[in-house]
Design a protein around this ligand. Structure first.
Ligand SMILES: Nc1nc2c(ncn2[C@@H]2O[C@H](COP(=O)(O)OP(=O)(O)OP(=O)(O)O)[C@@H](O)[C@H]2O)c(=O)[nH]1
Ligand SMILES: [Mg+2]
Length: 206
């Protein structure tokens, strides 16, 4: 897919203030600093579209970006940072939980995982929360430029074994680097397939 336009639309603190439902949405979530905003900039090839920072907790609101005028990327606040609400299993922003459970035009949730780390409790808990709520997701292992390809592959292997072994069907998995653009084509192709299966609702409401 060619990205012809990528435009910031709105930031929202809560589900009821999110933009109208008309366009299919693809949301990015993961631990603070895992690289969500950087990945959005890499996919759109607009380095200043989403705000990137070394300081964890940069993204505090749900940020909506309209792509090619007919679908959206959504940059969600990271979990594992201050100002979060406790749920049974996970520790993250309450508005994000409302969005993930209740957003009707949400096509796909990309959960970002740092490819360099052993499975982290916070990610395992978050994935457990998605599974408990029967919310499908896709995994993207980030920052692969920081290590060798074989280190990334063994890290993904350990994650599959420790966290995903009982998941049926297993989630799709991608590996990415905002620096080298690794994963860009695969992720955009996946989004294209999903858009074909979930076309824009003509005159979508709300
Ligand atoms: N080398 C390298 N650095 C990356 C990559 N992705 C992100 N970073 C760096 O990691 C830091 C955090 O990136 P962000 O994109 O702001 O992370 P985030 O997940 O949006 O963080 P929050 O908004 O705080 O939740 C920044 O210093 C980025 O430059 C990557 O693929 N490779
Ligand atoms: Mg961010």
């Amino acid at each position: 897919m060619k990205i012809q336009s990528a435009v910031f639309e709105v930031s929202s603190p809560s589900l009821d203030l999110c933009p109208r439902l008309a366009l299919p949405e693809f949301a990015f979530i993961g631990r603070s600093n895992v690289g969500k905003s950087s990945l959005i900039n890499m996919l759109t090839e607009k380095q200043t579209l989403a705000k990137v920072s070394d300081r964890p907790g940069k993204t505090r609101l749900m940020n909506f970006f309209t792509i090619n005028r007919n679908w959206r990327l959504v940059d969600l606040p990271g979990y594992g940072y201050a100002h979060v609400a406790k749920t049974d299993r996970a520790d993250f922003n309450e508005a994000v939980a409302d969005y993930l459970v209740g957003r009707e035009n949400l096509v796909c949730i990309f959960v970002l995982i740092d490819s360099r780390l052993e499975p982290q409790a916070i990610d395992v808990d978050f994935i457990g929360w998605l599974v408990d709520n029967e919310i499908p997701f896709v995994l993207i292992f980030t920052k692969t430029d920081k290590q060798s390809r074989s280190q990334t592959q063994s890290s993904i292997g350990r994650f599959k074994q420790a966290v995903l072994a009982e998941l049926e069907p297993p989630p799709p998995i991608f590996a990415s680097s905002a620096k080298t653009k690794a994963g860009r084509t695969d992720i955009l192709n996946f989004i294209t397939e999903q858009l074909d299966e979930n076309p824009q609702q003509p005159g979508g409401s709300a």
